[in-house]
Design a protein. Structure first.
Length: 360
């Protein structure tokens, strides 16, 4: 039950670790969860899109022994973690190849698009603002049904996630405490969302909801409020150092930010973003941290604006997890703020060590 703040010298060493590698091609699939019951009491047949990489290893009784559940961030998807399957991808290319921490020749990797995200059921499919107002509990329940009902998996070697996926990981540990051997949340805090974190999320919601063009979710074209909402993601997801490097002058900065903004807007929908950001409204893992039984390693980053180290929340709360500890990686040339959660080269050696420590 401790927090380790690494020195910059160690971090440089991490950045020079083994490179990327080929890994098996991801297999895409869709599961339909019939009569899925949301916490709002509404029911809907929910489509859950997911990727699998590698093959399940089963014991004599048919039980899967090597499954790993990997969960993405808010407004993200499987594409955020795998991209086009390239071995140079910043996340998958550093983790899934031969000899890497989550070698797909050893592990059966399962990466779902959470409800409201990617190719899974979401407001923009047609229901718009009539889509059930899902929360994290709904998303986790759907992930659990995918594993147990569709993939016939009743135990996981590891649950890990980035940002929202990291928040889900804390909840997985207390909701299903005997379901996994280990937990690794990245770029997250095990407490209610408050302070500046609450503020920027409210700003995103208000930018959309107060825009007359939103039309209670029945817009014909994306409302202008979506632009401000995406700009908030740009602001909070990166670091001051990275942004300064992108534009040393006003003209350079404007051009760099506008190019990134245009790309992000091209894949965003206002209702989808609204629901995704508001799904964290009742997140509160602090009520059940003592229920977590599996070894847990939380990894955060010192230049993360969303989960600032100076609050001391991670240090305080991880002590309540019986087998929990945390690492805060200092800012360096290798980190990019909150988004370092997908830059696996920065932190993968800690995952590798953790897998060895928690191995059977």
């Amino acid at each position: 039950m401790r927090v380790m703040v690494l020195s910059a010298v160690i971090l440089i060493g991490l950045g020079e670790s083994a490179g990327t590698a080929e890994y098996p091609r991801p297999v895409e699939a869709d599961a339909v969860l019939k009569d899925f019951r949301f916490t709002t009491k509404e029911t809907l047949d929910v489509r859950l899109h997911y990727l699998t990489i590698g093959k399940p290893e089963r014991d004599k009784a048919g039980k899967v022994l090597n499954a790993v559940l990997i969960l993405h961030a808010t407004t993200g998807s499987t594409a955020q973690l795998v991209g086009d399957g390239s071995p140079t991808h910043a996340f998958a290319g550093e983790l899934f190849g031969k000899g890497q921490p989550l070698d797909a020749e050893r592990y059966y990797l399962i990466i779902p698009d959470s409800i409201g995200h990617g190719k899974s059921s979401k407001p923009s499919d047609g229901l718009h603002a009539k889509f059930p107002r899902y929360n994290y509990a709904d998303m986790i329940a759907a992930q659990h049904r995918l594993l147990t009902e569709v993939l016939k998996i009743d135990h996981l070697r590891l649950v890990m996630g980035t940002s929202m996926g990291g928040m889900h990981t804390w909840l997985w540990g207390q909701e299903y405490p005997d379901f996994m051997d280990a937990l690794l949340p990245l770029a997250s805090l095990p407490t209610q969302i408050s302070g500046r974190n609450r503020m920027w999320r409210n700003m995103v919601s208000e930018a959309i909801r107060t825009d007359p063009e939103w039309q209670a979710g029945e817009y014909k074209a994306q409302p202008r409020g979506l632009r401000l909402a995406v700009e908030m993601l740009q602001l909070m997801g990166s670091s001051a150092v990275v942004r300064q490097k992108q534009g040393q002058t006003s003209k350079e900065a404007d051009a760099a930010f506008e190019k990134e903004l245009t790309t992000m807007l091209g894949r965003m929908d206002a209702n989808d973003m609204l629901y995704a950001v508001e799904s964290s409204r009742d997140y509160d893992p602090g009520r059940g941290l003592e229920k977590i039984r599996a070894p847990l390693l939380a990894i955060n980053f010192a230049d993360d604006l969303i989960n600032p180290q100076e609050l001391g929340i991670l240090e305080r709360e991880v002590k309540r997890v019986k087998n929990g500890r945390a690492i805060v990686i200092p800012a360096s040339e290798a980190t990019v703020g909150h988004g370092t959660h997908t830059k696996a080269k920065v932190w993968k050696e800690h995952l590798e060590k953790f897998m060895k420590e928690t191995g059977r």
